[in-house]
Design a protein around this ligand. Structure first.
Ligand SMILES: Nc1ncnc2c1ncn2[C@@H]1O[C@H](COP(=O)(O)OP(=O)(O)O)[C@@H](O)[C@H]1O
Ligand SMILES: [Mg+2]
Length: 304
């Protein structure tokens, strides 16, 4: 079972204003840690933890999350260490895109439906970066060496876990001394269809109606990447993965090989480690089925 780490709100250093949920930074010995509260009951805590374990299995550079609970209020959530301990700094994707193109709509209030967040613009920006610093690269396959190769792995992760939230503040750059590195992947709480009701999950697991099936449901996942600035809709998560892997094909193959090596039992095991009071049995069954179906689709390179 994944441990649930206690977080003492009296250790709070400062609030983190970015993003949507309440969160604060605190000190744990020498480490600067972030607590992200899950107050809405939408499952972002277990989704974040499962995504983190899947990143580890793939070998992706990723922020490590643990389940957590704020003492006194007993608010559930997750904790992670900063990926940019001072003097390093995290610069978010929108600021990098703005630095490259002064007309880029970097306004933090507009995170969704930003048509300028195209695959081409993001790839051009990521190509300017170094890969993540060495300590993050330990698990990365040999075929994925450049920052774009690694980012292609993030796009595959997003398609696997149905992460629709890779907007321009959910990827970034580590500024270390004077070099710019791709940051490890972070913020996967809005994935795995975590906010469905158990009633809908049960229905989709049991149905004989193909239209209601999980196979049909998972095809609806949309990324936050646009094919071009005139497009009406963002790409699906699988289309976005294909677009990035098309630019980085050896890396795409290396990431797919990693995914292909992860068995159904391993996936089930990752999900089963979530404590039962944080995730119902229906939710576990549905989440496992979603991951198995998305892995199958990615490996089969199926058309949408
Ligand atoms: N591990 C981390 N290291 C450094 N900064 C972080 C880390 N996690 C989050 N942040 C900062 O906090 C912001 C919000 O966190 P995020 O995980 O994206 O939460 P939300 O789900 O609310 O968007 C991020 O955009 C980033 O600026
Ligand atoms: Mg975020």
């Amino acid at each position: 079972m994944y441990p649930i780490l206690p977080v003492d709100p009296n250790q709070k250093l400062d609030h983190e204003p970015l993003g949507t949920k309440r969160k604060f930074w605190f000190r744990d010995g020498e480490r600067r840690m972030l607590f992200k509260a899950e107050e809405r009951g939408t499952g972002e805590d277990w989704a974040e933890k499962i995504a983190c374990e899947l990143c580890r299995l793939l070998g992706l550079p990723h922020v490590r999350y643990n389940l957590a609970e704020e003492s006194q209020s007993r608010t559930p959530g997750v904790v992670c260490e900063t990926c940019a301990p001072p003097p390093a700094a995290l610069v978010l994707g929108n600021q990098l895109l703005l630095a490259i193109d002064s007309s880029y709509p970097a306004d933090a209030a507009r995170r969704y439906k930003v048509r300028e967040h195209t695959v081409a613009a993001v790839a051009e920006a990521v190509r300017l970066l170094q890969p993540p610093p060495a300590r993050w690269m330990e698990g990365v396959p040999d075929g994925a060496r450049s920052a774009l190769d690694v980012f292609t792995g993030y796009a595959m992760l997003d398609a696997w876990i149905a992460n629709q939230d890779r907007h321009h503040e959910n990827w970034g750059v580590l500024l270390v001394e004077r070099s710019l590195h791709l940051a490890p992947t972070f913020d996967h709480g809005a994935s795995l269809a975590r906010n469905l009701t158990d009633e809908e999950r049960q229905d989709r697991l049991a149905t004989r109606d193909v239209g209601r099936s999980i196979g049909r449901f998972v095809r609806r996942a949309r990324s936050a990447f646009y094919p071009d600035v005139a497009a009406q809709r963002p790409l699906t998560t699988v289309e976005a993965w294909r677009a990035f892997s098309g630019m980085s094909s050896a890396a795409g193959a290396a990431w797919l090989a990693r995914l292909g090596g992860i068995s159904d039992d391993t996936i089930r095991g990752v999900v089963e480690e979530v404590p039962t009071h944080r995730m119902s049995q229906t939710c576990r069954d549905f989440t496992t089925a979603l991951l198995i179906e998305n892995r199958r689709r990615l490996m089969a390179n199926e058309d949408e």
